[in-house]
Write a protein that binds this ligand. Structure first.
Ligand code: OOG
Ligand code: MG
Length: 253
């Protein structure tokens, strides 16, 4: 099995918005090999001029793990081409079968080059914000194994950030919701994210070191969805709201 060929195949699927069969149908590969495929597929994006802007965690809530039938935390890479401004249009022709998730984002104050504890967060993190993540599995029917989804950069495809807010003492017990126009599609407490969304930062610092991924001042972290993801519908404005942090939105077209 040639990891680089698989990486190119996944990148091409993402870049042309065409679904492919699950890699694990025909190849068996380890989790470490899956992360290597992910790294190689990002090299293709960087060659096209995209820039790394941060990390995302996935499956940090039980709701997401149950929805996808996968039971381990995963992480992926975000690039500048995935970032949309709140209030912008989301061009649906760039995606295969996109879904939206309500999330919390963090902004790094300084380079994170070791695993940090909860107590150290104010030293390393400048701000937090409400966020929408748009995920779009490159696999047919949005079906995958853990290794498949890691290789596919954890379905990363777009994200939107609300206005940055100072870090509150606690991010627990905040209502998080996802709306399509005025209809609430999903909602839960922020506790759904690892029992404490701040733990996503500790986990991201650990994973960035483990996988040798520089994670630097000005980079962004998406903590992972608090609720199951919802299929996007054309012309229905998507809003993510996080109590006391505010909201952000995007209009799929
Ligand atoms: C994988 C991405 C999961 C999250 O927030 O849990 C994720 C997927 O469900 O396709 O982004
Ligand atoms: Mg997500």
């Amino acid at each position: 099995m040639n990891l680089n060929e698989i990486a190119k195949q996944l990148d091409h699927a993402a870049n042309t918005a065409t679904a492919i069969a699950q890699i694990s149908n025909t190849e068996s590969f380890t989790e470490d090999e899956a992360y290597e495929i992910q790294r190689l597929s990002l090299e293709e994006r960087y060659l096209r001029g995209e820039k790394f802007v941060g990390l995302k965690l996935g499956f940090t809530s039980f709701a997401k793990m149950e929805q996808m039938g996968v039971h381990d935390m995963i992480w992926g890479r975000l690039t500048d081409a995935m970032l949309y401004k709140s209030g912008e249009e989301l061009p649906l022709d760039k995606f295969i079968h996109p879904r939206a998730e309500p999330e919390i984002a963090f902004l790094l104050k300084k380079d994170l080059d070791r695993e940090i504890s909860l107590e150290e967060i104010p030293e390393y993190i400048l701000a937090c914000a409400s966020a929408i993540e748009v995920i779009d599995s490159r696999y047919e029917n949005f079906k995958f194994s853990l290794e498949d989804v890691i290789a596919d950069n954890c379905s990363s495809s777009a994200f939107v950030l609300g206005a940055w807010q100072p870090l509150p003492d606690s991010l627990n017990d905040l209502d998080i919701s996802l709306l399509f126009d005025k209809e609430v599609k999903q909602g839960d407490s922020s506790n759904a994210i690892l029992d404490n969304p701040y733990l996503s930062i500790c986990n991201a610092s650990r994973l960035a070191v483990k996988y040798n991924q520089p994670f630097k001042e000005g980079d962004i972290l998406l903590a992972g969805a608090a609720t199951p993801a919802v299929f996007i519908e054309s012309n229905k404005k998507i809003t993510a709201k996080v109590a006391s942090l505010g909201s952000c939105n995007i209009l799929p077209k």
